[in-house]
Design a protein around this ligand. Structure first.
Ligand code: HMG
Ligand code: MG
Length: 299
């Protein structure tokens, strides 16, 4: 069984200029849960002017908690103690911490160097451990950075180790701007796995250059069994110009089922969730597979 971490409501929506209502975001999450997704990243508790789309995080999480509580895990992104305190006060049970391999990227993204980001996250992690809140860690720019170019594997291993020291249960390795290639992923994973083991790793591919599925395939070959994706392929990072969406959950589903791997996802219901949110955004999907399915009605 492969675990899909659905990041559409957070990574998918954070870069969208059109601000959706909390009701529409909740309806999207409800449909994703109905489609069988067991981990849905709901929102982020960041500075509202930085990411206006996430300004309703408290209201949205409370709605999700009230109606969908035990149906799935609902992690939320947290950048600092302020975000953590808000998340904790409304009952968030799992947080996602985030940093990167590149100082230039963290400076733009969170106004901190990588070292400073770990100092901030240590404060959060200490509180989370005391409060019994689970932690996941994201490493952005793992393969390449929009400001520094190709990033070496030594940086990735160093940041991964630092995340494990914080006490995260899983590290999501992010190809923020979709530049990774199968050969690079294969080589970096081999080194990273020998340091931290495959069972602690998830892969987070953006599909900017159409390499995400190939990269997932080589990750599967190295026993990775957790992948982040967004319904309909929505998404992007506001601090990585030109970065497009996460690999579409539909694409991942199609690849995995063709490999005989199960995800627990009800495909028709997933498409309902994606078409709903794409409609609200007045967008068409970037996913070739979803487009083909919508055009032909056949898988
Ligand atoms: P800062 O301006 O350095 O923060 O921002 P500050 O501590 O100096 O505070 C400035 C003001 O912000 C203060 O308010 C704080 O209270 C407020 P004022 O006194 O001026 O009224 N503030 C907050 N308000 C609400 N919630 C908070 C919070 N913190 C401070 N948590 C900060 C630093 C990190 C807060 C900011 O840069 C930020 O919010 N950045 C978030 C950027 C972001 O969300 N990026 C996208 C997510 S990462 C991503 O997408 C990559 C990923 O998908 C993996 C991949 O693909 O690579 C995960
Ligand atoms: Mg991302």
């Amino acid at each position: 069984m492969i675990k899909i971490v659905e990041v559409g409501p957070r990574d998918g929506l954070q870069n969208e200029k059109r601000i959706l209502s909390t009701e529409d975001k909740f309806a999207f999450i409800n449909k994703l849960v109905d489609a069988g997704l067991k981990t849905v990243e709901v929102t982020s508790f960041v500075k509202p002017p930085a990411i206006p789309q996430m300004s309703d995080s408290s209201e949205l999480f409370q709605k999700v908690s009230a109606h969908l509580k035990d149906k799935a895990n609902f992690p939320c992104l947290v950048p600092n103690v302020k975000g953590y305190e808000t998340a904790k006060s409304i009952g968030v049970k799992e947080i996602a911490l985030f940093s990167a391999t590149s100082n230039s990227f963290t400076q733009k993204n969170i106004n901190a160097s990588v070292d400073e980001s770990f100092m901030r996250m240590k404060e959060v992690a200490d509180l989370a451990k005391k409060d019994g809140i689970k932690m996941r860690g994201y490493i952005s720019t793992a393969f390449g950075c929009p400001y520094e170019g190709v990033m070496g594997v030594d940086k990735l291993i160093d940041v991964a180790r630092r995340f494990l020291d914080l006490g995260v249960y899983e590290i999501s390795v992010g190809d923020t701007i979709g530049v990774a290639t199968p050969r690079q992923v294969s080589s970096y994973l081999k080194d990273l796995i020998s340091e931290v083991g495959a069972s602690r790793l998830a892969m987070h591919f953006h599909d900017t250059r159409g390499m995400a599925l190939s990269n997932i395939l080589v990750s599967l070959e190295q026993n990775i069994s957790v992948f982040d994706s967004s319904a309909g392929g929505i998404g992007g990072c506001p601090y990585a110009k030109g970065a497009t969406g996460n690999v579409a959950t539909e694409d991942v589903w199609y690849l995995l089922q063709s490999q005989g791997l199960k995800t627990g996802i009800d495909f028709e219901k997933l498409v309902e969730a994606s078409t709903f949110i794409l409609g609200k955004l007045e967008k068409t999907t970037e996913s070739k597979f979803l487009r083909a399915y919508l055009n032909t009605g056949r898988i």
